[in-house]
Design a protein around this ligand. Structure first.
Ligand code: CDP
Length: 230
């Protein structure tokens, strides 16, 4: 079967990454978590004192971008590729609430987006890629053969993220997670640069009541349909 490009966009914490990872593994495609790249830049800003009292030093961050080397590598004991920042595995560090609280501010900066979108396009230039994010079908790969817009009920999304973080031993508050999701969705959909939006050619999937296995099956069917029609 011909290898296609699959773009999965949607709201915060609705399981895009889980679906994209499962699909990439089944199809033997490359998986790229574009959100992890925005999270890695945000982590860098926090670590390097570019955020103080809630204020981000945008100019300093833009000037530092060329010092950032973001890669995905699969460790021997990991199932999926993990994100590395300047050679350091930051996979677990970028998932916490501190990064989540600033990532949408960082992701709204045009220069940050240009820097990361160029790398994302290179990662997917040979096709056979599943990439998830907010602007993949609209900006990164507008010609993707399959575009998915994923969403789910806000309470369900907050509960899923709560379980994910507590499962990793983090001490988190469900209400704080829910507020973060609502805030990020607002910032992501209303920003000037590449806002999250549903493209006309995207297939909309609400996975509130779908299991992981059910959504994967649905996706595999869509991929099979697209692959025979191109
Ligand atoms: O996993 P979750 O849905 O919580 O978020 P993520 O995919 O890790 O993305 C984190 C944040 O990065 C989003 O809230 C967006 O602000 C930003 N992002 C973006 O602007 N464009 C992308 N292609 C991916 C993420």
């Amino acid at each position: 079967m011909q290898k296609i490009t699959i773009a999965i966009d949607g709201h915060s914490s609705c399981g895009k990454s889980t679906l994209a990872k499962d699909l990439a593994r089944e199809l033997n495609y490359v998986y790229v978590d574009s959100g992890a790249m925005y999270r890695a830049v945000t982590y860098y800003a926090i670590q390097n004192g570019l955020i103080s009292n809630g204020d981000l030093d945008q100019i300093a961050l833009i000037n530092a971008l060329n010092d950032l080397n973001i890669t995905f590598q699969k460790s021997a004991d990991a199932v999926h590729p993990e994100v590395f920042l300047n050679g350091q595995n930051v996979e677990s560090k970028i998932r916490g609430l501190e990064v989540s609280n600033y990532v949408s501010t960082v992701a709204a900066i045009q220069e940050v987006r240009e820097f990361l979108v160029e790398q994302q396009r290179q990662m997917g230039e040979n096709g056979g890629v599943v990439m998830d994010g907010r602007d993949i079908g609209s900006v990164v790969f507008p010609n993707a053969e399959l575009k998915i817009f994923l969403t789910a009920d806000t309470d369900i999304r907050a509960e899923r993220r709560f379980k994910e973080l507590t499962g990793k031993g983090e001490d988190v508050d469900l209400q704080a997670i829910k507020e973060n999701l609502i805030k990020r969705d607002h910032l992501d959909t209303t920003r000037k640069e590449s806002p999250l939006k549903q493209t006309e050619d995207a297939v909309v999937i609400d996975n509130t009541h779908l299991s992981k296995a059910e959504q994967l099956l649905l996706l595999k069917q869509l991929v099979a349909d697209r692959s025979v029609t191109i």
